[in-house]
Design a protein around this ligand. Structure first.
Ligand SMILES: Cc1cc2nc3c(=O)[nH]c(=O)nc-3n(C[C@H](O)[C@H](O)[C@H](O)COP(=O)(O)O)c2cc1C
Length: 334
């Protein structure tokens, strides 16, 4: 079936799976796509400069056709380089480009991009304009509610207004500020407190803008509640660690009538994909390392996950073994 861009892009932002380095690669995204046919999926952050200079662009850009709708996330601060990257993303078939102004990693910030860019709205606006003028894709931005002491509501609102004028089509706001010195990226996802009220105030003052909330969502019910105040909810760690908790996205968020899939059904449906990956020289673990998170909340779930990991360490994790273990899950109704 051919991909119908218009229908797929409509309301895609209601629920999305966050960009997460080392997690949301194309294999994890395939798993999430089996769980929800609708949720918007993001790539890991791709540094625009690295993409421009590598000879192996496909390693950065490849994705599976089933992954639509998919947003590619870029990090960078050079409008010209971002412009080239945007053209590539469009040619490669992505549905949207997201610009990262929320990453607090010292490596990223020392290149003066990621969260530190929030202190320079004019520069961010130039980057957004450049992305916008280089392709016909929607250009969205992911940012924090503030950075270090630059955390007043006035500054946040000015930042968003400035970027909206530059042409950004949607704002994903991670509802905590970033602290650039003294906290690791991991601490920056837990230590500064979440503040949904600030984002609510931002939305209320800018009703015409599409504003998606991010940070701390752990269930569909919480997300549905948040959709009363925001245009979308982005879910990160909970979707990665507990993918099956999100198995009713299509039904509850997008109103599609169908049965949610069990873990065994999802794994069985991925077997041809895993076979293809192995046949083209990949390792089963590349996919199974994400897939084991599907198995939880049943007796011996930990043993099941350990068996997969151990077989992989011994380089014996083949399709036959995976199918056998998955049949056991099916017998348990999981
Ligand atoms: C392992 C990991 C990697 C991440 N990598 C990125 C990234 O590449 N780009 C980005 O914008 N945010 C990244 N984030 C932040 C998430 O997108 C999200 O904003 C954050 O985890 C808060 O949402 P959550 O509470 O639902 O997890 C990462 C988070 C984690 C846990």
């Amino acid at each position: 079936m051919s991909f119908n861009k218009f229908n797929s892009m409509k309301n895609i932002h209601k629920l999305s799976i966050a960009p997460m380095m080392d997690c949301t690669d194309k294999h994890f995204r395939m798993i999430m796509r089996k769980i929800s046919s609708k949720a918007l999926l993001y790539t890991e952050m791709i540094v625009a400069q690295s993409l421009i200079h590598t000879n192996k662009k496909e390693n950065f850009l490849n994705f599976n056709n089933e992954e639509h709708p998919i947003s590619i996330q870029f990090g960078g601060d050079n409008p010209k380089i971002l412009s080239e990257a945007a053209q590539m993303a469009e040619d490669w078939g992505y549905d949207e480009i997201n610009f990262n102004v929320g990453c607090p990693s010292p490596r990223v910030c020392s290149g003066n991009f990621g969260a530190s860019l929030m202190k320079d709205p004019k520069k961010v606006a130039k980057c957004i304009e450049s992305l916008k003028n280089s392709c016909s894709l929607p250009i969205t931005i992911k940012h924090r509610i503030g950075v270090d002491d630059d955390d007043s509501f006035i500054n946040l609102n000015n930042f968003v207004r400035h970027i909206a004028n530059a042409g950004a089509d949607r704002f994903t706001v991670h509802a905590r500020k970033a602290i650039l010195s003294g906290l690791s990226p991991k601490q920056n996802r837990t230590v500064p407190p979440l503040n949904y009220d600030v984002v609510k105030k931002l939305k209320n003052l800018n009703r015409e803008l599409l504003i998606e909330i991010n940070g701390g969502f752990t269930s569909i019910e919480e997300s549905l509640k948040a959709l009363n105040d925001f245009d979308g909810v982005m879910v990160g760690r909970s979707a990665y660690k507990h993918p099956l908790r999100w198995s009713e996205i299509d039904q509850k968020v997008y109103g599609i009538k169908k049965e949610p899939k069990s873990a065994s059904k999802i794994i069985f449906s991925l077997i041809p994909y895993i076979e293809e990956h192995i046949a083209s020289g990949g390792k089963s673990w590349d996919i199974c390392k994400h897939l084991i998170n599907l198995v939880e909340g049943i007796p011996k779930a930990k043993i099941w996950r350990n068996q997969i990991s151990l077989k992989s360490i011994k380089k014996e994790l083949d399709i036959e073994y995976l199918s056998k273990l998955t049949s056991k899950l099916e017998e348990l109704g999981h």
